[in-house]
Write a protein that binds this ligand. Structure first.
Ligand code: SF4
Ligand code: SF4
Ligand code: SF4
Ligand code: FES
Length: 898
């Protein structure tokens, strides 16, 4: 259809004027006439139109009269042109639309009372608006419902063949899982090939279906729309920060919806660059953890060998007495704390304040340590900014994107949709460099499969190719000639042929990727788990920044080096100072001015500069008895970290382990006290997403049982320890943060960050860069283990939290199987379900295998969400010497038939 000129950032669409109902209206040439009409505030019926995808023009509702034409025109598929004279109202149009409604209703069952869409149905609304009562010739279709999908049911008796489901899946999501098929004399929507639906299960088709033809298995027959309370909040699964409506009935979450809806079909296509308002499978169908039967509803206190339900007061007395005694006897350094980046900003802020001002210790850390801090430290070091510089609009409108080390669809599915729009609408060149055959690689213009763990070497090759091909931006390099010389000398020894041999990315591909990136006017590098959660993550981000510097892609609009955050508030955790090296606002913990400011604000003496250990150091100190009490909020180190980190030994040695969590996790089972925390659906606050947007989290329901918000428990604990905190709500904490970090809450807009490299390039850059481009020796030797075992996230889960959501477990249960490339399986003479022995330097275990086309040859994969069998224990750990980030997601293994 191509109604897209207004969304092409390179071509300014011609401004035109046309007349609508006698008024002159300004518009852009070539956009949908329907959009122009709706931009004036006139809403004419449109049952098959949605502004997020190309018009289909089937329902016959959006009719208007165009001067010079005898018959009404479908305004959705008509392009606006200069001088058009349009009429949108009149008896003739009303009757024509009424006829269209009658046509649809004549083959539609009138089962409204038992339809999920009753009260939320465009066909119902249209019938009402047009007074359709005469259905004498109505006939039934009698099509059996398709209930084969784990999340959606398809009732094609109700389908009006508007194709919105097919179009959103194909045009917006580029998944293309649905089609029309003529069956039983009717055009029906069926999953491709008329097989059971096999897709990403995002539910966007459900969202746009204007009738009840697609229904949500998890909420069917549970409610009537008027019984539902709808709360706008932010998803708690990943750093994309999607806005969602949590719909509750009494104390039960019945469904999740989002701004993408047939009800919300009027908009400017260009706005989709900022997001299309949909959700992924986790956001839409992963809500059942909130009111799960497994939720903790009472505090638990260890009595003998057992955790026993105990009233809050008694539990808190015990906890406070034990903390106080340990502090008195062994000093504040004997206490440490860990918190999850699924907590709100306000809670993260309060946590570090409690540790520093309450306990007076600086041993604290968050799950941002698992990788995001590699990015933050590198970006701060080189550019002075501690987060990604690019937002969703930048990604959508980029002309070139290098995605390196990121299986983006699995970790950040809605950011992936931005890249898909960049590919489909804006025709971006996308280079995907990964050791897995990722979903994005299949859509990208330049998919490159590399050997696992060679991402750093690929970057060396890209920098070398950029220099060799003279793709240099002189404006950027000429201001720092010495730094540029130092970089050239640092990569002098790099040979593209050697890089190609070791990485699997050919010399031509390296040159092509370098050229695409350097020559595009808006180029972005997106790096994630394959860089930041791996050894040398910090150095590899610095190398990517080198590449962006010499090609002039730093500080330019729509350019930069960015990352993804897997948990919803990793950025917030860093910004709120939950790391021994940072105070709130990412001020250095050792910076005297900042220390004075916070000491004054909190009216305390802060722990000494340079004190405090991060995660790995904290666990080491627990093991050697220096740390005797550990406060863990929402983290589960026992289930997350490999056995070689000896977490159990560390926790065993503690005199006091207090775990605060909505669930009785593996770590909580070892605790002396377990405090029941509520989920983000039961509290207010904010998350900071990967773009740097601060987004509201809103209380949708009362806390379950006696669980409480984390901020509430921390406030009680702090006051019992002698602090005088007067927070009565998350807003009170927010007010304090606002005073200390002016501008942090920027009304949902990403705060502007301006990268500046001058200081870095003028100070010690030469020494810094000299050791960065080391070519590691190729893997070899007679003890070499031929396979690379990778652990990581899959689309249907997020950390361990999603495993508490039955809906997601239904879609993706723990198969307990090692995923392998089918060719490798053939070579090993194993088939699906065969048990193999997997051996790493850390140990050996037996498990069954399953084929997976997305797994590259000589690699194998196990989802990090599951510990049965405990594949994570095969991993060894490497700790980054600069950032303290532990990497434990990749190791070499031998695989043999058991
Ligand atoms: S659930 Fe999502 S991926 Fe699956 S068919 Fe619907 S729109 Fe497509
Ligand atoms: S299933 Fe719904 S969205 Fe899809 S064609 Fe039918 S009515 Fe339209
Ligand atoms: S993309 Fe992330 S934030 Fe958005 S719905 Fe999915 S898990 Fe939630
Ligand atoms: S909205 Fe135009 S034909 Fe359906």
């Amino acid at each position: 259809m191509g109604l897209k000129p207004a969304t092409n950032p390179d071509v300014e669409a011609v401004a035109i004027e046309l007349s609508i109902d006698g008024e002159s209206v300004a518009a852009k040439d070539g956009v949908s006439l329907y959009d122009v009409i709706s931009s004036t505030g006139k809403i004419i019926p449109a049952m098959c139109y949605h502004y997020t995808f190309d018009p289909f023009g089937s329902c016959g509702m959006c009719l208007v009269m165009q001067e010079g034409k005898k018959a009404p025109v479908r305004s959705c598929t008509a392009k606006a042109t200069a001088g058009m004279i349009i009429r949108t109202e009149g008896e003739d149009l009303f009757l024509a639309r009424k006829k269209a409604v009658e046509k649809h209703l004549s083959v539609h069952p009138l089962d409204c009372p038992v339809c999920d869409a009753d009260g939320h149905c465009e066909l119902q609304d249209m019938a009402f608006q047009h007074g359709v009562t005469n259905l004498a010739n109505a006939k039934q279709k009698f099509i059996p419902e398709d209930t084969r999908s784990p999340v959606l049911d398809f009732n094609m008796n109700r389908c009006i063949a508007c194709a919105e489901c097919i179009n959103v899946c194909k045009d917006v999501l580029m998944i293309d899982a649905l089609q029309f098929m003529k069956k039983g004399g009717f055009n029906q929507v069926v999953p491709k090939g008329d097989l059971a639906l096999s897709c990403e299960f995002c539910g966007d088709c459900l969202a746009v279906c204007p009738v009840g033809a697609i229904t949500n298995k998890f909420s069917k027959y549970l409610y009537k729309p008027w019984q539902i309370k709808k709360t706008t909040t932010t998803c708690n699964y990943c750093g994309d920060g999607c806005q969602m409506y949590l719909e509750t009935k009494d104390a039960e979450v019945v469904r999740v919806t989002s701004p993408l809806s047939w009800k919300n079909k009027w908009g400017d296509r260009a706005d989709t660059a900022k997001g299309h308002g949909g959700l992924c499978v986790r956001g839409r169908f992963g809500f059942e953890y909130i009111d799960s039967a497994a939720r903790l509803k009472q505090p638990l206190l260890r009595k003998g060998n057992q955790l026993v339900e105990t009233p809050w007061l008694e539990t808190m007395h015990q906890v406070v007495d034990r903390f106080s005694e340990i502090r008195r006897k062994h000093g504040p350094d004997s206490i440490a704390g860990l918190i999850t980046a699924r907590c709100t900003n306000e809670e993260l802020y309060l946590f570090q304040k409690l540790m520093r001002a309450g306990f007076r210790t600086n041993h604290l850390d968050s799950s941002a340590r698992y990788g995001h801090l590699n990015f933050v430290h590198a970006s701060r070091h080189a550019l002075g900014i501690g987060r990604s510089p690019n937002d969703w609009e930048d990604l959508t409108k980029a002309k070139a994107v290098i995605i390196i080390g990121s299986n983006i669809t699995e970790t950040n599915p809605l950011t992936a949709v931005r890249i898909k729009e960049a590919i489909r609408v804006y025709k971006a060149q996308v280079v995907v460099i990964d050791s897995a055959i990722t979903n994005m690689a299949k859509l990208a213009s330049h998919p490159v499969l590399i050997k696992p763990g060679t991402e750093g070497l690929v970057i060396d090759g890209l920098v070398k190719a950029t220099l060799g091909l003279d793709l240099i931006d002189e404006d950027s390099t000429k201001q720092h000639p010495k730094a540029f010389e130092a970089l050239k000398s640092a990569v002098g020894h790099v040979s593209l042929e050697q890089v190609a041999a070791q990485t699997g990315m050919s010399v031509e591909a390296l040159k092509e990727a370098a050229t695409i990136f350097a020559e595009a006017p808006r180029s972005i590098i997106l790096c994630a788990e394959g860089i930041v959660r791996q050894p040398d993550g910090y150095q590899n981000v610095l190398k990517l920044i080198d590449l962006a510097w010499i090609t002039g892609k730093l500080g330019q609009p729509g350019c930069g080096v960015s990352t993804l955050t897997e948990e919803p508030n990793e950025q917030g955790a860093v910004d709120m100072g939950v790391a021994p090296e940072f105070l709130p606002g990412q001020a250095s913990f050792n910076d005297q001015t900042a220390r004075d400011r916070f000491a004054k604000a909190w009216d305390v003496t802060l722990p000494a500069a340079d004190s405090g250990g991060s995660l790995v150091e904290i666990l080491k100190r627990c093991r050697n008895g220096q740390i005797r009490a550990l406060y863990v909020i929402g983290e589960n180190p026992l289930a997350t970290l490999p056995a070689s980190m000896e977490v159990r030994a560390a926790l065993d040695r503690l005199e006091l382990l207090v775990v605060q969590d909505p669930f009785l996790t593996e770590t909580a089972r070892m605790a002396h006290a377990v405090l029941p925390a509520c989920t983000s659906a039961e509290k207010d606050g904010t998350f900071t997403n990967l773009e740097g947007r601060v987004l509201r989290v809103r209380e949708a329901m009362d806390p379950l049982g006696e669980s409480l918000p984390d901020w509430h428990i921390m406030t009680a604990l702090a006051n019992a320890l002698g602090c005088q905190w007067e927070y009565e709500s998350s807003n009170d904490i927010q007010a304090e943060i606002m005073k200390l970090l002016p501008g942090y809450y920027n009304l949902g807009q990403p705060r502007q960050v301006v990268p500046t490299m001058d200081r870095y390039l003028s100070n010690n850059y030469a020494a810094d860069v000299a050791t960065r481009y080391r070519i590691p020796a190729p893997r070899g030797g007679k003890n070499q283990r031929p396979f690379v075992l990778l652990m990581g996230q899959i689309l249907y889960h997020s950390g361990k939290m999603s495993t508490e959501a039955p809906g997601l477990i239904k879609i993706a249960p723990n198969a307990g199987r090692l995923r392998m490339n089918p060719q490798d399986m053939e070579r090993l003479a194993v088939s699906e379900g065969t048990t193999v022995r997997v051996t790493s330097d850390q140990g050996s275990m037996q498990l069954a295998v399953q084929p997976d086309q997305a797994i590259a040859p000589q690699t194998c994969f196990f989802p990090e969400h599951f510990n049965e069998p405990p594949v994570k224990d095969l991993m060894s750990v490497q700790v980054d010497p600069t950032t303290g980030v532990p990497s434990f997601k990749r190791t070499c293994v031998t695989i043999e038939k058991a």
